[in-house]
Design a protein around this ligand. Sequence first.
Ligand SMILES: NC(=O)c1ccc[n+]([C@@H]2O[C@H](COP(=O)([O-])OP(=O)(O)OC[C@H]3O[C@@H](n4cnc5c(N)ncnc54)[C@H](OP(=O)(O)O)[C@@H]3O)[C@@H](O)[C@H]2O)c1
Length: 342
Amino acid sequence: MSAPRWGIIGTGRIATGHLPCMLEVGCDVRAIASRDPQRGGDLAKSADQDPEIGCTVDDLLRRDDLDAVYIATPNHLHVEQSIACLRAGKHVLCEKPFTPSRAAAERAFEEATKADRLLGEVWTYLYHPQTAWLREIATAGESPGSLIGTLRLIRCDRSHTLVGGPTENTRLSHRMQGGALMDLGVYPLSLMRLLAGEPAEVSATGRFAEPLPGEAAGVDISLSMAFRFPGGVLGHSFTSIEVTEGVTTTLTGSWGRLTTTRPYNPGGDDLTAHLTRFENHPDGPGETKIKAPTGEGGAPSMFRHFNAAMAGDVELRPTPEQTIAEAAAIERINEAIGQRFD
Ligand SMILES: NC(=O)c1ccc[n+]([C@@H]2O[C@H](COP(=O)([O-])OP(=O)(O)OC[C@H]3O[C@@H](n4cnc5c(N)ncnc54)[C@H](OP(=O)(O)O)[C@@H]3O)[C@@H](O)[C@H]2O)c1
């Protein structure tokens, strides 16, 4: 089979990080689109590719030799650029969060169906073996060998302080659908839903930044979210782009508690989690460090998987239904804090 032919839109931090991963898994990257084609060329050159592949988005859309496009632009551009690529006959893999609007997600997937092309959302942590392991722990109940018993509570935090510079301004721009939830809070939201299902109840409160010059509203910069999941499982998440409270995920069950501090970027071989066994744990009470599964995962696995999905060999991950549910969950939190992205 010939190598899948890719284009990229965007030349920022994540496109720069993902280009080598695409090349590593055999993607034939033929076009890198930017508002300034020179920047596309420079990115190509940085990965030892032909700088002539730098182009504009319109050039990229006109190309008939691309199978797929990876979209790595600010959030407010995701849906419209995805639809433009789908209408131009290309499969699309778009950065997270795809959109904060359920209706917009549904509209984009309708276009994908019409075009008979795939539309996928980038969630690299889904490809790491630790993620499936956490899901097994969360759903095991009080079965033999279960580490925590029946899940009662999930606490998932992700925050770090934005440093200055123009890149960060996209995160502070309401017009560009920035903010703590869209930048970082969507990780805990995605993980909690994967572990516990779609929330039955959502509440949230937050602190907002002053609007950027020329913008009508400021974005959420710190956010506290509370959830009730199916079966009465409770959830809490703190997310922020103004303070660094770190990254942690704690699953508390009827007979134990498991904490991991690297749920989203779990590279390397030294991956551990901390287990607290309560008094009623079948193995007796205690504290232990346990090894989490390691192995291939992250961005290379994601691009390999998408290539296989284009060939019809595997299902999209996340599925369209999961991406729509993600958008719906973001929308509910924004409603709870009175934030609207139009
Ligand atoms: N950085 C990360 O670690 C990370 C991780 C996961 C997901 N993401 C997601 O990836 C997307 C891009 O994030 P990023 O960190 O790569 O952002 P970034 O560094 O700001 O890059 C975004 C790129 O989009 C292009 N762009 C097009 N129109 C733009 C506009 N009006 N304003 C600013 N840039 C514009 C720019 O490329 P040209 O100037 O060449 O046009 C820019 O370099 C976001 O949706 C984010 O949530 C990022």
